[in-house]
Design a protein around this ligand. Structure first.
Ligand code: GNR
Ligand code: NI
Length: 172
């Protein structure tokens, strides 16, 4: 197991449309294990592979609360099979947009089909935080960040702030 560096915006890699996983091999499982460890350490409730530079359609999620038993989900090649007409607004953050938060409206409930850790087909009906997180992570697989759901004004404010932070960090 290994901790992987998380890419932060602005970075062109976060705009990549990731490609489907062809087979759930031991290498894929190793990458998922490292992603989960990286997500827990961050800490975060979800992580898409592209956030650690792997352009594959896979992600990990755990929305269990502190003190609860951990409930890791390994999700490969996800597809929405249904989304609710009803939307819900939630204040989102992103490990690739450190310390930036904004309200985003998304379908309140979703159904997602995917392959699990063993390469077996699964379907999941999610609401609440899990529905938010699934949509946030699947956006990453298509090169979309939560700020892309905001007005250009709000998006550019956040991205400019992050660019400044990056320049300051580079200058030491
Ligand atoms: O850790 C995370 N928290 C979070 C909070 C509200 C909505 C979405 C998220 S996902 C985020 C981790 C992350 O950036 N995943 O891509
Ligand atoms: Ni994110």
């Amino acid at each position: 197991m290994a901790l992987l560096p998380i890419i932060t915006a602005p970075d062109k890699r976060l705009e990549i449309v990731s490609t489907p996983v062809e087979a759930v091999t031991d290498e894929v499982r190793r990458q998922l294990d490292d992603m989960l460890e990286t997500m827990y350490a961050a800490p975060g409730i979800g992580l898409a592979a592209i956030q650690v530079g792997i352009p594959k359609r896979m992600l990990v999620i755990d929305v269990s609360r502190e003190g609860e038993e951990k409930r890791p989900l390994y999700i490969i090649n996800p597809e929405f099979t249904w989304v609710s007409d009803e939307d819900k607004v939630y204040e989102e953050g992103c490990l690739s947009l450190p310390e930036q938060y904004a309200e985003v409206a998304r379908p309140a409930e979703v159904k997602v089909s995917y392959l699990d850790y063993n390469g077996e087909k699964q379907e999941l009906h999610a609401d609440g935080l899990l529905a938010v997180c699934l949509q946030h992570e699947i956006d990453h697989l298509d090169g979309i960040l939560f700020v892309d759901h905001l007005s250009a004004l709000k998006r550019n404010m956040i991205l400019r702030k992050l660019l400044k932070q990056k320049r300051l960090a580079e200058a030491g």
